[in-house]
Design a protein. Structure first.
Length: 90
C-alpha cells in the first residue's frame, strides 16, 4: 500500500504558491501592464511613421516598430520631431 509522503512544516515541499493573478492580473502587475500598453502603442505609432516616411517600405516600418517597442519614449519623440509620417526630404 502506498502512503502519502509528508513534508515538515518548513520544507519547500510544504509551501503552497498563489500567483495572485485574478481576472485582470495582480495589483503588482499593473506597472508591467501599463508599460506593455505604452510599448505597444509606441510600436504602432513608430511603425506607421517608418512606413509613411520611407515610401511604404515594410522593412522600415518593421524597424521603426521594433525600436518603438524597445524604446517607447525616445522613438516616438524622434518620429514627431521628424514630422510624423512626413516623407524624407520634404
Amino acid at each position: 500500500m502506498l502512503s502519502a509522503q509528508r513534508f515538515p512544516a518548513g520544507s519547500p515541499g510544504a509551501q503552497t504558491y498563489d500567483s495572485g493573478i485574478g481576472l485582470f492580473g495582480a495589483a503588482e502587475d499593473t506597472p508591467s501592464l501599463l508599460w506593455g500598453l505604452i510599448s505597444a502603442a509606441s510600436a504602432g505609432v513608430s511603425a506607421y511613421h517608418g512606413y509613411k516616411r520611407n515610401n511604404g517600405s515594410i522593412g522600415w516600418a518593421v524597424g521603426w516598430g521594433l525600436l518603438g517597442g524597445i524604446f517607447p519614449v525616445i522613438t516616438p519623440a524622434i518620429a514627431f520631431a521628424q514630422g510624423l509620417g512626413e516623407r524624407k526630404g520634404k
